[in-house]
Design a protein around this ligand. Structure first.
Ligand code: ZN
Ligand code: ZN
Length: 267
């Protein structure tokens, strides 16, 4: 069965990803305003009534801005761990609090919505709690691993199962080091509970490569400390060293931050 993937936005100005089969779909994070989500989906002839659920990774603003309206106005269930839901409630990013649309997901326990089987897994990040998602649909295995300071054992376990992988490549180490961020922020990004740099992602992907991995999308690229071609080339370089051929063995895309991607058809 065919599956489609779309990035509506990726990075600090808003993260939101769609996985769907043409009839139904789910969103992973909703860090864009509802009207924008609606508009982008509409461009691909996807209506909000086709969205079965939204799964939230964590309670930072760039991942949750749209959930109040999606949940309470549109009546779309919003799944997150209980700690993330608490963080959302106590935070100020979401004005419309969640009541009827609030759903709890536990790490390691799968939830089925329509034909999608979704499992949350722990990742290290400086939020109330943070998870990645493993989404299984027919024979497809999709993984989202974003906002993680390092690839811990659990994340590695799920990432290795992916046929289609959305993985963070937040910053280029040199650009961050020489950049204008204050030292405390640089420390926060690099200390293991912040974000993944291009090299960490590239090294992990190259040394754990398996022929069942078909698509890689590099996500959550920093505006200040990364560029699409820099992230892409970091992975390309490691892949070349391992004899992994981009375009033949695996497809690689560095996602744009504020412009939606094309609608990818997954085989
Ligand atoms: Zn975050
Ligand atoms: Zn983020």
């Amino acid at each position: 069965m065919k599956l489609q993937f779309l990035s509506l936005g990726s990075g600090s100005s808003g993260n939101c990803y769609y996985l769907g089969d043409g009839n139904y779909g789910i969103l992973l994070d909703a860090g864009l305003p509802l009207r924008k989500i609606k508009k982008i989906l509409k461009n691909y002839e996807i209506g909000l009534e086709q969205i079965l659920a939204v799964f939230i990774t964590h309670d930072h603003g760039d991942h949750i801005k749209g959930i109040g309206a999606l949940g309470e106005k549109q009546g779309i269930p919003v799944y997150a761990t209980s700690s993330v839901h608490e963080g959302i409630e106590n935070g100020f990013y979401v004005k419309q609090k969640l009541y009827a649309s609030r759903r709890i997901i536990e790490k390691g326990q799968s939830v089925c919505v329509g034909e999608f089987r979704v499992t949350a897994f722990e990742v290290p990040h400086d939020a109330s709690d943070c998870v990645g998602y493993h989404v299984q649909y027919a024979h497809h295995s999709c993984v989202l691993a974003t906002d993680l300071g390092r690839i811990n054992e659990t994340a590695g376990h799920y990432i290795r199962q992916a046929n289609h992988l959305i993985i963070e490549a937040n910053y280029d180490e040199e650009m961050l080091r020489q950049g204008r961020y204050p030292d405390f922020l640089k420390e926060r990004i690099t200390n293991g509970t912040g974000h993944l740099c291009n090299t960490e992602t590239a090294e992990f992907l190259a040394s754990n490569f398996s022929p069942h991995l078909k698509n890689i999308w590099l996500c959550h690229l920093s505006h200040e400390n990364n560029r699409q071609e820099v992230a892409y080339e970091a992975v390309e370089k490691m892949f070349n060293q391992q004899g992994i051929r981009i375009g033949t063995d695996v497809n690689l895309t560095a996602l744009r931050r504020t412009t939606p991607s094309e609608l990818f058809e997954l085989e």
